[in-house]
Design a protein around this ligand. Structure first.
Ligand SMILES: Nc1ncnc2c1ncn2[C@@H]1O[C@H](COP(=O)(O)OP(=O)(O)O)[C@@H](O)[C@H]1O
Ligand SMILES: [Mg+2]
Length: 161
């Protein structure tokens, strides 16, 4: 299902709307060019999980952890050259059923990511502040939430071209 946002604030709101449907153990994989709004989306998602600390890009640290109603791990693999570095950063231990793990730029390390995840793909729209956001679920673990998540995203506007 696709949404269109016309401001960073709306992309944050979309992240917040999706956060309501997340559970411990979930993995959310964000793809899109630099500046497409991945971190912006994570800021809204984190706020929706009750995180009060500001969410910034985990530049050079790879993983940042936040305390919300559910612990949140924010992973940015943009600068990783090899999947080995993801292992070294302790990625497998993060996805442990206790926290929600959000991975920015997951495409680069696709094969190291859990097969079951929520995929969020962002791309620029026609206007400078416009973004097209496509959300889809991977794997049977999401089937009971699929409709609800689709409805939440659809409220942010279908792509109409
Ligand atoms: N509709 C929108 N959605 C998300 N970000 C937007 C939007 N319009 C403008 N922006 C701006 O684009 C930039 C996105 O940056 P960021 O979220 O860090 O991207 P990424 O993590 O994908 O590199 C921010 O400066 C944000 O304010
Ligand atoms: Mg980012």
């Amino acid at each position: 299902v696709k949404a269109r946002t016309r401001s960073a604030e709306r992309t944050r709101a979309l992240g917040g709307a999706i956060a309501a449907w997340l559970r411990p153990g979930d993995v959310v994989v964000l793809a899109g060019d630099l500046g497409s709004g991945k971190t912006t989306f994570v800021q809204g998602l984190a706020a929706g999980l009750g995180v009060t600390e500001p969410v910034v890009s985990p530049t050079f640290t790879i993983v940042r952890e936040y305390e919300g109603r559910v612990p949140l791990a924010h992973v940015d693999v943009y600068r990783l050259d090899r999947v080995q570095e993801l292992h070294d950063a302790g990625f497998e231990e993060l996805v442990d059923g206790e926290r929600i793990t959000v991975v920015e730029w997951g495409d680069a390390v696709q094969r190291a990511l859990p097969a079951e995840h929520l995929a969020v793909d962002l791309e620029s729209g026609a206007a400078p502040d416009e973004r097209l956001v496509e959300v889809h679920t991977q794997g049977p673990g999401w089937s009971d939430r699929l409709r609800a998540i689709e409805a939440a995203v659809a409220r942010f506007g279908e792509e109409d071209d």
